[in-house]
Design a protein around this ligand. Structure first.
Ligand code: B12
Length: 213
């Protein structure tokens, strides 16, 4: 699908209401929900990141764009979730301690729900102790950790260590993702899988519960 320039601009300019109504219009015109996210909305957030990096944007602009992205996701979330089939497994997900970036994690959880997983979303800035408590309570097969900052990648290692110390490591598969991560880092911290996109998260999760992709 081609980029929708108006939607792209609305997210980059931080216009939440406009972004949401443009998504609604695109959907009415028959746009594919996933294509809207991957061809326009994620590239728009990448552009925001670039502007921030170049010091044209500062935190207030980031926040406005993040708000626009969230508003744009509102009509899409139920559609992404409706795409899936049978219940496939239980997932506990969260952005790790110190990390407030939750847009990518929200996309991962929506897609997992769409693929039939029951997702317990712990939100952002989740401590290792909260992950451990949620594993004890919900007994998931999979734990998804998300990090967007190089400084919070270390929280993933600490979280995996805490799961191990609580003697729960053998019960769950740990999947990690987020822009600064790599396959190599995932292996180094003892994760079971790394995914670069929300679609990868679904493919990995399906594999973890023995479903073919
Ligand atoms: C929006 C944003 C914010 C918003 C977040 C709002 C929110 N509710 O999420 C706000 C304003 C709060 C913010 C704050 C900060 N930010 Co910021 N932010 C961004 C920005 C522009 C976009 C992130 C985003 O949403 N991307 C879109 C989503 C869809 O992509 P994603 O998160 O990568 O997720 C995808 C994949 O990674 C993957 N995935 C994600 N999680 C998982 C998990 C699993 C298991 C799997 C398999 C896959 C997976 O799937 C997703 C979908 O495909 C990025 C730049 C960028 N282009 O990434 C900077 C960026 C991440 N921020 C940055 C910085 C520096 C900060 C601040 C420190 C700024 C400051 N000085 O205060 C603070 C830190 C706050 C904190 N403690 O977390 C830097 C990080 C640099 C670094 N290497 O550490 C970046 C890269 C900007 C830059 N170019 O410098 N930020």
């Amino acid at each position: 699908m081609a980029l929708s320039q108006a939607l792209f601009d609305a997210i980059v300019d931080g216009k939440a209401q406009l972004a949401q109504s443009l998504v609604e219009e695109e959907l009415e015109a028959g746009a594919d929900p996933l294509a809207l996210v991957s061809a326009t909305m994620i590239p728009a957030m990448d552009e925001v990141g670039k502007l921030f990096h170049e010091e044209e944007y500062f935190v207030p602009e980031l926040l406005l764009s993040a708000r626009a992205m969230k508003a744009a996701m509102t009509p899409l979330r139920p559609l992404l979730a409706a795409k899936g089939a049978k219940p496939a497994g239980v997932v506990v997900a969260g952005a790790v301690k110190g990390d407030l970036h939750d847009i990518g994690k929200n996309l991962v959880t929506s897609m997992l729900e769409g693929a039939g997983f029951q997702v317990i979303d712990l939100g952002a800035d989740v401590t290792p102790e909260s992950f451990v408590a949620a594993i004890r309570e919900h007994r998931p097969q999979i734990v998804c950790l998300s990090a967007l900052l190089t400084v919070t990648m270390e929280s993933m290692r600490t979280t995996i260590a805490a799961i191990k110390a609580a003697d729960l490591r053998r019960e769950v598969k740990v999947l990690v993702g987020g822009a600064p991560l790599s396959e190599r880092y995932a292996t180094e911290i003892g994760a079971d899988g790394y995914g670069a996109t929300a679609s990868d998260a679904v493919a990995l999760a399906r594999r973890c519960v023995g479903l073919s992709n």
